[in-house]
Design a protein around this ligand. Structure first.
Ligand SMILES: O=C(O)CCC(=O)C(=O)O
Ligand SMILES: [Fe+2]
Length: 308
């Protein structure tokens, strides 16, 4: 599939990111969309400056990539189509912690199409990190360990700690076949197969490691720019360093299925036998495993402990 000759593709960093000019999203043909898909698989996040679509044009363009979904926890805004989700800094909408979108769902979004509607005069850049580069950057023993693990994610940052999912720590991208380190500090709460203190140490390390500078790109927005990212192999972070208003609108494409790079090699680390005081750290994991029918045999329950 050829990239149209009238487009200019400029790489922005070593790990990921490219800016594409010479294209208007209002006139996207099927072959343009295929070219964008190919560029997205190659660069993981792509930027289309100077677009300024109306909300309806934004939705129509994003629909070319698949079925859209509203945000499960956060509302849209008055007068916007339900497919668009809006974050306004004046209403506390600043995503300034590294994350991959909606990983507390069993099927997190496949990709997103963001429109930078109101741009502050300075600051408010967004950074993306390549989760492929993060996986590739681990030592072989750490890769081996991580491939045998799964992690519990929850929507605590959205005040919905009961929304949870377990995903592999290393996933395989369904289209490229590449491995990605699939944890983030915003939503990933616990490594299922490790004890609570072991999980804390490893997750602290991995969730910082994914945002190592060499795995990232930083984009300086102009009003009207569009950013499109592959949510299966990237994380992102907004710099909260601006003054005044900053508004983004985002269309989110559904349809991801999280494929493990390898099967989980160990049982969940929930208590067998006698309970002790430190087991309280396992309650969230225990409850989720119990409610989804995934507790290993002979696991001791917490309800009895809480009654005593
Ligand atoms: O405001 C941004 O640049 C990105 C916000 C964000 O995290 C998102 O839309 O998923
Ligand atoms: Fe996000």
């Amino acid at each position: 599939m050829a990239i149209p000759a009238s487009w200019t593709v400029k790489r922005l960093a070593g790990a990921l990111g490219a800016e594409i000019s010479g294209f208007d999203i209002r006139n996207a043909t099927e072959s343009d969309i295929n070219a964008l898909r190919q560029l997205l698989l190659q660069h993981l996040v792509i930027f289309l400056p100077d677009q300024s679509p109306t909300p309806e044009e934004h939705v129509e363009f994003a629909r070319n990539f698949g079925e859209l979904e509203g945000h499960p926890n956060l509302g849209g805004a008055d007068g916007l189509p339900p497919e668009l989700f809006q974050l306004a800094a004046s209403k506390g909408g600043i995503a300034d912690e590294w994350h991959t979108d909606i990983t507390f769902n069993e099927s997190p979004p496949l990709m997103s199409v963001l429109h930078l509607v109101t741009c502050p005069p300075f600051g408010g850049d967004t950074m993306w990190g390549s989760l492929y580069a993060a996986y590739d950057g681990l030592s072989q023993p750490m890769k081996d360990l991580c491939e045998g693990l799964t992690a519990l994610h929850d929507a605590l940052p959205h005040n919905r700690p009961e929304a949870m999912a377990i995903h592999p720590v290393v996933r395989t991208h369904p289209e490229t076949g590449r491995k990605a380190l699939y944890v983030n500090p915003h939503f990933t709460r616990r490594i299922v197969e490790l004890s609570a203190p072991e999980s804390e140490v490893l997750l602290n390390y991995l969730t910082r490691f994914i945002s190592s500078e060499r795995f990232t790109v930083r984009y300086q927005w102009r009003p009207g720019s569009i950013g499109i990212w592959d949510n299966r192999c990237t994380c992102h972070y907004v710099l909260n360093d601006f003054e005044g208003e900053r508004v983004i609108q985002r269309a989110t494409v559904m349809g991801d299925r999280v494929e493990a790079a390898a099967p989980s090699r160990w049982e969940p680390a929930v208590t067998k036998g006698r309970l002790s005081a430190v087991d309280r750290h396992d309650q969230q994991l225990f409850n989720f495993l119990r409610d989804t029918g995934r507790l290993p045999g002979n696991t001791v329950g917490y309800t009895d402990l809480l009654k005593n």
